[in-house]
Design a protein around this ligand. Sequence first.
Ligand code: PGA
Length: 235
Amino acid sequence: MKIDILPTAADVARRGASVFEAQAQARPALVVALPTGRTPIDMYARLAARRKSGAFDLSRATAFNLDEVLLPRRMPQTFFQFMTRHAWEPLGIAPDRRFIPDGEASDPGAECVRYEDVIAKAGGLDLAILGIGADGHIAYNLPGQAGPRTHVVDLDPRTIATLGGDLQAPLRAITMGVDTIRSARSIVLLATGSSKAEALRRMRDEPVSEAWPCTFFRDHSDLTVIADQAAASQL
Ligand code: PGA
């Protein structure tokens, strides 16, 4: 695992955007897994500006969301809404190449199987951009709820609180699994702020275990962690 430590969160966004841009230029039909969360917002904004200036074209790219909460799609807390606003529209991902687990699926288990199938039919992931939770979760592979393939998880109250609004337990989500994400040829993990410092330290140093799902990723052959100094403060 390669770790790039940069001074600020803005530097992390800039570096993440430039890695993404290089891949988009090299591979116009890029298949990419994308995150939600506060961390990637600035990266998406920078990419949107670069795209506007003609630096790259994602009209042939395919985007798979890492996860989605099981809520009606019109609700502002859904990742469908987040991605539409921060990524799909600003980055110019074609509407028929935007994939996200269906948070309204009547049979979430069957939806997980379908999602895996769509990823496989797209030829697998070239690139996965990830965030990391303070508790070491990756996508919604939460402590004790990691799984190899796309699966359903129960969100804990702390995770639900990060979604905003007045959502309460029980609330479930669908997440890509550890092996699904690890199958990406390249993985870039963005981490900013001191709240991520323990998770990054454990990701690097802890024995591989379900308690810290981030540990499942560190032996990936092409993983780059891009962290600001605050997130890297325990490394
Ligand atoms: P954050 O979320 O970017 O909002 O910190 C990261 C995550 O939960 O993966």
